[in-house]
Design a protein around this ligand. Structure first.
Ligand code: ADP
Ligand code: MG
Length: 705
């Protein structure tokens, strides 16, 4: 049973409880604002903000009416001019006022209907845009045709909504209007003085002000960004997310942690086994982590470092600490390929340190899986490496001390909670290669401490990035031939063609065949649809240098590490996002040889695509690239939340509301300090807020004590 306060029921009710939303319209709304698997709710409509506004105020006379802008005119119908029989011409109706005339134009107009709507000699009000056609004024398909009674009920300004096929802006406006009637009087969760000081309205007024604006100007893109009403709602949403994070954080801190580090002998042994010394920032991160582990509070730390900065070894040393303290450690990767690669990389080091390791992904089945589960349960396995399969039900550790989560920027509060539940006071280290702009880091990791790997291991050479038109593909292929002759290895990433993986695949396979006809066995292919074992085999052949060119779809995007690969070819680079290009490029430049990245594009390039590729050519700085990406594309894309279904923001826009984030984080921490269980009046109201924005998983923590 949901513990959602019943005051919110009207907002969570399905949209088909609204007047006019029947079985035909409901699916259209689902397509517009719904989420897969659940019907559109009243609040989804309310949170579907207008994309602009149209003024319906009467704009004087026909002669004065501006061309190309929405106008509403009072006119007399003069004459109907139906198309001549058998001709595919529009139906025209001439209307006039004292100052001039306008022809209303209807394609496929039905005579009977139009005669009823616009009877000759009568006064009517029409609204729409006037255009000039052969120097005559005309209005094609007026938005509105009203009589005297109708005009009285027409609001002076109408909100305009983003649409889906089959729904007009007017229909959406009508349903939103009905939804507004359902908005309950919720208790105020924001600080009253703060609202006052910033001139912000209450929640219900804010919604009403946005959907029923006083003038059309208020809904222009720019005005809406700054509008107090939208800012208020944006702050509500941001505060809800920051409060959820702050509650998780405070809960984690309140739980007794355990000392998860021993005398350091294993850590030393592994360090000695490494073929390199740690960088300064790696050492600093290792120290940060050790301090967390010895303290008797729980660790929740983000290790942030650009691709190739060497996060894995830091994670390994954290795990070694836990094992020194007599506990187990787990390393979770987002894909099978990565899990396997981590396993293979770590195995020799673990062996030298005398540790036992096991791999657990969705692919381990039957007896093998049983053996791993038994080893985890009885403690004979020290380190478990795997995918999310590690944290599913039915996997029990004897005594998990540290969990390291790699490359998981798509990792939400829910997952953090699930992870923590696998053991008593598990210390958590999340490693991310996505250089997350500061604002976003706050949103997603506001509850974590952060260590940053700010330098790359010594001896790395810069990657030369070149932009090349697809028309010069032959030259590229020739150059690859020379390069592999010199002992280089090449990643060849094929275009992201469309929505469907099948199409991408066809393109990759085609390129593979073509290259194979030139280079023979030296070519390998790997893509997301291959069976796991085939994928591994293809990766392994490349990793061992048996194949020299690895053609792939974007599956190699994250994490894969083949230091000998020095050339990255990305086809149709203009179709990739900046962050993705950066991740892909980061696959090379890992060894001491100089590396090259060839961004192959198909012209002509649009402005944004041009800017992106230029950016890639200019810098290797992941943070700069990420900031630019955020500016060009918006936050959902940067974090990949749109694809992964993490609840992103509906109302807040980090491009314009970034300033609210830090404020909300401080606000949230203060609230949790003063009223950790949300029992005060404001605390109760804040619970309503958390439910409203569906950040209520954090509330379970309160009840648990
Ligand atoms: P990422 O941060 O992208 O996960 P990895 O942990 O995969 O990076 O490290 C990239 C490569 O750099 C690996 O081959 C790793 O062995 C190597 N490496 C890590 N730390 C150092 C270091 N301090 N000096 C030299 N090479 C290092
Ligand atoms: Mg990595």
């Amino acid at each position: 049973m949901s513990l959602r306060p019943s005051i919110l029921d009207p907002l969570f009710a399905p949209a088909n409880t609204l007047p006019g939303v029947g079985p035909k319209v409901a699916p259209l709304l689902d397509r517009l604002v719904g989420e897969p698997g659940r019907p559109t709710r009243v609040m989804d409509l309310l949170f579907h903000l207008p994309s602009g506004g149209v003024s319906r105020e009467m704009k004087g006379s026909i002669a004065d009416a501006p061309v190309g802008e929405p106008v509403t005119l009072s006119v007399t119908v003069v004459a109907h001019r139906p198309p001549p029989p058998g001709r595919r011409a529009p139906y025209r109706i001439l209307v006039e006022d004292e100052t001039g005339d306008v022809t209303l134009v209807f394609f496929n107009g039905q005579k009977a209907r139009l005669e009823k709507l616009l009877p000759v000699g009568e006064r009517r009000y029409v609204s729409g845009k006037i255009e000039l056609w052969e120097a005559m004024r005309q209005m094609v398909h007026p938005d509105r045709i009203l009589d005297d009674k109708g005009i009285e009920n027409l609001p002076a300004v109408e909100a305009v909504y983003g649409l889906t096929e089959g729904l007009s802006s007017r229909m959406v406006g009508r349903y939103v209007g009905a939804a507004l009637e359902r908005v309950p009087r919720v208790p105020e969760w924001q600080d009253a003085a703060w609202l006052d000081r910033n001139g912000l309205p209450d929640f219900a007024s804010a919604l009403a002000a946005i959907h029923r604006p006083g003038n059309a100007q208020q809904l222009s893109e720019d005005a809406l960004s700054k509008s107090p009403a939208r800012r208020r709602l944006a702050y509500d949403e941001i505060l809800a997310s920051q409060l959820a994070l702050a509650l998780v954080r405070s809960r984690m801190r309140r739980l007794p942690g355990r000392v998860n580090a021993g005398d350091g002998h294993l850590v030393e042994r592994i360090k000695r086994a490494l073929p390199f010394g740690l960088t300064g920032s790696q050492s600093k991160a290792v120290d940060d982590i050790r301090n967390d582990l010895v303290a008797d509070k729980k660790m929740l730390r983000l290790l942030q470092g650009d691709v190739g900065s060497g996060k894995t070894v830091v994670g390994l040393l954290a795990m070694a600490s836990a094992i020194e303290a007599g506990r187990q450690a787990a390393l979770m990767a987002p894909t099978e390929i990565l899990a396997r690669q981590h396993y293979e990389r770590i195995a020799p080091l673990a062996e030298q340190a005398g540790l036992s390791m096991a791999l657990l992904t969705g692919r381990e089945k039957g007896a093998a899986r049983k053996a791993v589960l038994a080893g985890l349960a009885d403690g004979s396995i020290n380190i478990a490496v795997g995918t999310h399969a590690l944290f599913q039900e039915g996997v029990a550790f004897q005594d998990l001390g540290v969990a390291v989560v790699d490359e998981q920027h798509r990792f939400g509060v829910h997952q953090r909670l699930a992870l923590g539940s696998k053991g008593e006071a598990v210390d958590i280290l999340v490693m991310t290669a996505t250089p997350i702009p500061r604002t976003l880091a706050l949103t997603y990791f506001g509850d974590m401490d952060v260590s940053v790997l700010s330098e790359k291991p010594a001896g790395r050479k810069p990657i030369a990035t070149k932009l090349i038109s697809i028309e010069r593909l032959d030259e590229v292929i020739g150059a690859m031939g020379r390069a592999i002759g010199n002992g280089d290895q090449v990643y060849w990433v094929c275009p992201l063609v469309g929505e469907s993986e099948t199409v991408d695949l066809a393109a990759a396979e085609e390129r593979f065949e073509q290259l194979k006809s030139i280079f023979g066995d030296q070519i390998g292919l790997v893509h997301g649809k291959m069976a796991g074992r085939d994928k591994d085999a293809a990766m392994e052949r490349f990793s061992k240098g048996e194949t020299k060119i690895l053609v792939s779809t974007t599956v190699i995007e994250v994490g894969v590490d083949v230091p000998n690969a020095t050339i990255m070819v990305i086809e149709h680079a203009e179709r990739f996002g900046l962050a993705q290009l950066h991740q892909l490029r980061g696959r090379v430049g890992r060894g001491s040889r100089s590396s090259t990245c060839l961004l192959i594009y198909k012209g002509p390039l649009g402005q944004v695509a041009q800017a992106r590729l230029e950016m890639m050519r200019q810098t290797e700085d992941g943070f700069r690239i990420a900031e630019e990406d955020l500016r060009l594309r918006g936050e959902g894309e940067v974090l990949g939340t749109r694809q992964s279904g993490l609840p992103g923001f509906k109302l807040a826009r980090l491009e314009v509301d970034g300033d609210l984030l830090a404020a909300a984080r401080d606000d949230a921490r203060l609230i949790v300090d003063r009223d950790p269980d949300l029992v005060s009046d404001r605390g109760q109201a804040l619970r309503v807020l958390l439910y409203m924005f569906e950040r209520d998983s954090a509330i379970r923590l309160l009840r648990a004590g």
